[in-house]
Design a protein around this ligand. Structure first.
Ligand code: C2O
Length: 527
């Protein structure tokens, strides 16, 4: 295969995606960031330059859903596979495009990605379904008007009272409109009551431009949907059109029809849409955040983007209506999520019960816990390095929350969610079999045995469960975490360790990240 080279220059910036000027942190000045494209089997090399400047902070980039077989250290998770990329340092990730389909990349340092370090990835492989036109990324994100650095500063804490419950807007490919008569943050809020106050004056422009897409009459179009937001579960639909879902996350599925697609944070769906109307037509594409705390609601009930057929008048906005009103924030049904390439999970799994909870700790702050443990990232001591030396055994460092599945070939994570919030859970380095999910607790059954759904993120509904099996065949230390940015930075995470004795020799560039990072930490300039 070929090698695909990219340079990411990460800097502070200000953009006005929806008419409201905001402090952000961007890759090459773009939001969303540049598209990474490769063919299945290619090598990808991305050099990341941390040019954030004041306030000094680290960064790292994670290639969501890549398996990183033989390169677990390039997974981009500080405290697990590397130390953060220190201020004014550069680091090159080198990994194989070992899986194909639609995904995204994002910073994995605290909640930093919600400030703008996100972008699309497309790995081209054999297509299971035919289509005429690849529309490319349709990226959906909730959006906050407070400056990115107040998000990072506050979200690393675990006191939920300082975490904003709802977003100010929802963007489609970085665009939306905001009603300027509604000012959505005030400088006196607890969020900004830090030494990191923004010097931006509130500026807002009504009728900011919306995203536009082109359809060709009579042709079929592939849309690569992803939820790259912080919190909100999103509903996607196109007025007057049905969609055919052909993949969830990186897994092609037997085509199924849908009117509405539900995406938890980090999830993807590839859909094919036939443009079956006159060449003059125009339609709204719409995304709604179902609202309600359980789903991570938004101030913006709905966001639109325009679809123009080949001869439509693009100076006019579409005038179509939605026929659907779907507010439940659970995944699309497992019954109809049937992987195209059949794999039967290995028999006799080791079953690890996990309980998610939200508890008040001794200091009166709320904490997210998995089996009574909150994950605490130690940026100076990556767990993978210790694991490779044979130095990780739970519960020696309980705050690392490492579960060692070394001697087991296959494992079921039986997760019971005792909180009133939905949690999209992601396992790094693997696709998981979603054996079952629903309200209450798991009864041990599997939906669609012998070929259950597979994906890399499954939303575990509020007060519900999910039974997620994986083959412990990828040597390394792999985070399993809620992808809601505030929950992740608040410690709703654990780590799966597989076959530590088979971890390959860690290249010298990895411990060097810690030498560089230590220098900045010891000079007290990183906070
Ligand atoms: Cu999208 Cu831990 O990652």
């Amino acid at each position: 295969g070929d090698t695909r080279y990219y340079e990411f220059n990460i800097t502070r910036d200000r953009i006005s995606t929806d008419g409201v000027l905001r402090d952000v942190i961007l890759i090459n000045g773009q939001f969303p960031g540049p598209l990474i494209e490769a063919n299945w089997g290619d090598m990808i090399e991305v050099t990341v330059h941390n040019q954030i400047g004041h306030p000094f902070e680290g960064t790292s980039v994670h290639w969501h859903g890549m398996l990183q077989r033989e390169t677990p250290w390039y997974d981009g998770v500080p405290a697990v596979g590397q130390c953060p990329i220190a201020p004014f340092h550069s680091f090159t990730y080198k990994y194989r495009a070992d899986i194909h389909g639609t995904s995204w990349y994002h910073a994995h340092y605290s909640a930093q990605y919600t400030g703008g370090i996100v972008g699309p990835m497309q790995i081209y492989g054999p297509n299971s379904q035919d289509y005429d036109i690849d529309i490319g990324p349709v990226m959906i994100s909730d959006w906050f008007h407070v400056p990115y650095f107040s998000i990072v500063a506050d979200a690393v804490g675990t006191d939920l009272s300082v975490i904003p419950p709802v977003s100010d807007n929802v963007l489609i490919n970085g665009r939306a409109q905001h009603d300027c008569s509604k000012r959505t943050y005030d400088n006196s809020s607890q969020w900004l009551a830090s030494n990191l106050e923004s010097d931006i004056e509130w500026t807002c422009v009504d009728n900011a431009p919306l995203s536009k897409f082109r359809f060709e009459s009579g042709k079929t179009h592939r849309l690569r949907l992803s939820n790259i937001g912080a919190d909100g579960i999103m509903k996607f639909s196109i007025d007057g059109h049905k969609m055919t879902v052909i993949a969830v996350d990186y897994v092609p599925i037997e085509p199924r029809e849908a009117n509405v697609i539900t995406l938890g944070v980090g999830q993807r769906s590839d859909v094919i849409v036939k443009a079956d109307n006159f060449a003059q037509s125009a339609y709204w594409m719409r995304v709604s955040a179902p609202g309600g705390e359980a789903c991570g609601g938004s101030e913006a009930p709905q966001t639109l983007a325009a679809i123009y057929y080949d001869h439509a008048d693009t100076s006019k906005l579409p005038t179509t209506y939605s026929a659907y009103n779907s507010t439940e924030c659970v995944n699309d049904p497992l019954e109809s999520t049937v992987p195209d390439y059949k794999i039967t999970p290995s028999p006799n799994p080791f079953v690890q019960n996990l309980e998610l909870s939200l508890v008040m700790n001794a200091t009166g702050n709320y904490e997210w816990q998995i089996n009574n443990q909150t994950f605490r990232a130690n940026f100076n001591e990556p767990i993978l390095f210790k694991a490779a030396e044979g130095n990780v055994s739970y519960p020696l460092q309980p705050q690392w929350a490492v579960h060692n599945f070394d001697k087991n070939n296959t494992v079921v994570l039986n997760v019971t969610n005792k909180t009133p919030f939905a949690h999209p859970f992601h396992l790094h380095g693997h696709n998981m079999y979603v054996l079952d999910e629903g309200p209450g607790v798991w009864d041990g059954s599997t939906v669609n045995h012998p070929n259950p759904a597979r994906r890399d993120i499954q939303t575990i509904r509020a007060s519900g469960f999910a039974a997620l099996q994986f083959e412990a065949d990828n040597p390394g230390v792999w985070p399993f975490h809620c992808h809601v940015a505030w929950h992740l930075s608040g410690g709703l995470a654990m780590n799966v360790m597989s076959r530590p004795e088979d971890i390959l020799e860690i290249p010298n560039v990895m411990p060097q990240t810690c030498v560089d990072w230590d220098w900045y930490s010891n000079h007290n300039v990183v906070d």
